[in-house]
Design a binder for this molecule. Structure first.
Ligand code: ZN
Length: 383
C-alpha cells in the first residue's frame, strides 16, 4: 500500500464518515453535498451523503492555507525572543476559534481535531493577499498603520505588493475597493422628500432660530473622524432622537433645539450602515472578497466610534480622514458622493449622516424646512 501524502497541517486521525447535518457553515454543507457518497453517517447513523473525515480535513486545511502560511517560509526566527517574530497559531486555533467552525457533537469535534497536526504552526503573512487577475487585499489595520506613519503624505504610492513584476500600491487597492462598493451598490440616495435633522445645544438665553444657526460650522476648530480641523462639514442624522443624542454632552449646555432640512436635489451617499455579511472562510468561490469586505466593515466600525478629545485625535483620526477624502474625490456609478451615512455611536440603530458641505454650501444645497423643536431640556434624553 502506498503512503498517502498529506498536506502541511494534516496528521491522519480516525477513519470515519460524516454527513452535513453536524455543521452550520453553508460552504461545508455544500462541500459534503457535492463530494459525498451515500452511506451511513458514523455520528447520527442516518443514511445520507457522507464524506470521510480525511476528505473533510483536507477541505478545511485548504482554507487555512488560503488565509495563513507556514511562518518558516517568511518570518524571522529569534530563539532568544522565544520564537517567530510574528503571532503564530495552531491549526485548531484557526479552525475552531478564528474561523468559528461550529460542530454539534463533541465526539465529532474531538475526532476532527485529531486530523490536524498539533506541531504545525501558521501565521498571517503581512496582512495582504493577492489572487486572480489583480485582486489585492489589504487590512484596515494595515492601512491605519501606514496612514499614521505617513501622516497623509504620499500614501497612494505606498507599495504594498508585487504582482507579475509590477508594484501594487495603496492607490490600486483603493481602486479595487471603489469597484467593490459599486458592485455592492452601497450608495443610498436622499431626495427632496428626505428629512435630515440637525440639532444644536445651547443655554437658556440663546435660542438658535434660523437656518444659519444650524448650518455647517463656519470655522470648525476641532478635528474629527471625518475631517481635519478647519474643514467644515454638515453633521446630521436621519431621525431627531439620534441627532439629539449625537450632540448632547455630559456637563454641556442644558437645552437642545432641532431643525429639519431637505436636500435641494438628490444626494448620493456612501452607506456604511448596509455592510454585507462576510463570506464563509470555506467558501472558495467568494472568499477572495473576504478581505475587502472585512476592510470595509472595520472602516465602518472605526468611522462610527465616538469622538474622543484626549489630544491624540490629530493622529488617531488620520486613517478615517484619509478614507473620507478618498471617497469624496471618487466617483461611484459616475456620481460623486455628497457624504456618508454611518451608524450612530450614541444611539444604537440610529443613522447619522455627514455631508461634504461647508457653511455656505450647506445653506445653498439644503432647504431649511422648519424648527422641529425649540429649547428642550437635555434631561429629556436618555444619555
Ligand atoms: Zn450525521
Amino acid at each position: 500500500m502506498s503512503e498517502i501524502e498529506y498536506p502541511y497541517g494534516i496528521d491522519p486521525g480516525p477513519d470515519r464518515q460524516v454527513c452535513l447535518k453536524h455543521f452550520s457553515d453553508y460552504a461545508i454543507e455544500k462541500f459534503i453535498t457535492e463530494n459525498g457518497f451515500w452511506s451511513t453517517c458514523d455520528y447520527c447513523q442516518r443514511t445520507a451523503k457522507v464524506v470521510d473525515l480525511g476528505q473533510l480535513a483536507e477541505f478545511l486545511i485548504e482554507a487555512v492555507q488560503y488565509f495563513y502560511s507556514d511562518p518558516t517560509n517568511f518570518a524571522s526566527y529569534n530563539g532568544r525572543e522565544g520564537g517567530f517574530l510574528v503571532s503564530t497559531f495552531d491549526t485548531n486555533d484557526i479552525l475552531f476559534d478564528i474561523f468559528e467552525l461550529d460542530i454539534d457533537l463533541r465526539r465529532l469535534d474531538d475526532d476532527l481535531r485529531e486530523w490536524f497536526d498539533s506541531e504545525a504552526i501558521w501565521a498571517d503573512e503581512s496582512g495582504y493577499y493577492g489572487e486572480g487577475d489583480q485582486m489585492l487585499i489589504y487590512s484596515w489595520q494595515a492601512l491605519t498603520n501606514v496612514a499614521k506613519e505617513k501622516l497623509g503624505q504620499g500614501i497612494y504610492n505606498v507599495v504594498i505588493d508585487e504582482y507579475q513584476g509590477e508594484s501594487v500600491t495603496i492607490g490600486h487597492f483603493l481602486e479595487n475597493l471603489r469597484k467593490e462598493i459599486e458592485t455592492l451598490n452601497l450608495i443610498t440616495i436622499l431626495n427632496d422628500k428626505s428629512q435630515i435633522f440637525r440639532g444644536r445645544t445651547h443655554s437658556e438665553q440663546i435660542r438658535p432660530m434660523q437656518a444659519s444657526d444650524f448650518a455647517s460650522s463656519p470655522n470648525p476648530t476641532q478635528p474629527n473622524r471625518m475631517s481635519r480641523s478647519g474643514v467644515s462639514m454638515f453633521y446630521g442624522a436621519l431621525d431627531p432622537q439620534t441627532a439629539a443624542m449625537e450632540i448632547i454632552e455630559e456637563n454641556g449646555p442644558e437645552y437642545v433645539s432641532m431643525a429639519v432640512f431637505r436636500p435641494d436635489s438628490n444626494l448620493y451617499l456612501l452607506d456604511l450602515t448596509r455592510m454585507p455579511t462576510l463570506p464563509s472562510r470555506f467558501d472558495k468561490k467568494n472568499r477572495s472578497r473576504y478581505f475587502i469586505l472585512d476592510f470595509l466593515r472595520q472602516f465602518a466600525k472605526d468611522f462610527s466610534k465616538p469622538i474622543s478629545r484626549d489630544g491624540k485625535q490629530h493622529v488617531e483620526y488620520l486613517p478615517t480622514q484619509f478614507m473620507t477624502q478618498f471617497f469624496q474625490k471618487s466617483e461611484f456609478l459616475e456620481n460623486r458622493i455628497d457624504g456618508i451615512i454611518y451608524t450612530s455611536a450614541k444611539h444604537s440603530s440610529g443613522q447619522c449622516v455627514v455631508l461634504f458641505f461647508d457653511y455656505m454650501e450647506s445653506l445653498k444645497n439644503l432647504w431649511f424646512e422648519k424648527i422641529y423643536y425649540s429649547a428642550i431640556s437635555v434631561d429629556n434624553f436618555d444619555l
